[in-house]
Design a protein. Sequence first.
Length: 150
Amino acid sequence: MTIPTGLVILAVDDDANMRLGWASALPQRIPGCRIITSSSGEGALAVAVSERLDCVLLDIRMEGLSGIQTLRLLRGDPATAGLAIIVITAFTEEKLTWALDAGADAVLRKPTPVPEIVRVMLDVMALTPEQRAERLQERASRAPSQEDDV
């Protein structure tokens, strides 16, 4: 698979070590990419509307807006609805399903090796926004509603 150049990736996690790890490791695997980091859902939303992003890596458990709430807000905004969004979390299988139901393109369990993160990112970004939207609609039609915003 060809790795696109000039990718802009937003890495959102309240754990500074995770953000720093992604910020240092991803450019080694994706030459020319730019990593923007945020420690919160609120910060992620601000970046998402001010930058031209290609992909968001998003944790679930964060202070303030949770990753699920952030994900729903990104999917609900026409300006950010088409972003490739990958949730990376240490949560249980049930929460992973909730992330998919909320609109994640993919969900990975922590710790996930960087080569796997890159593979999943490239697979998701290889789909057109229309293909991703179709997959999300298909999942939404099968998914039970979840009120929990963790």
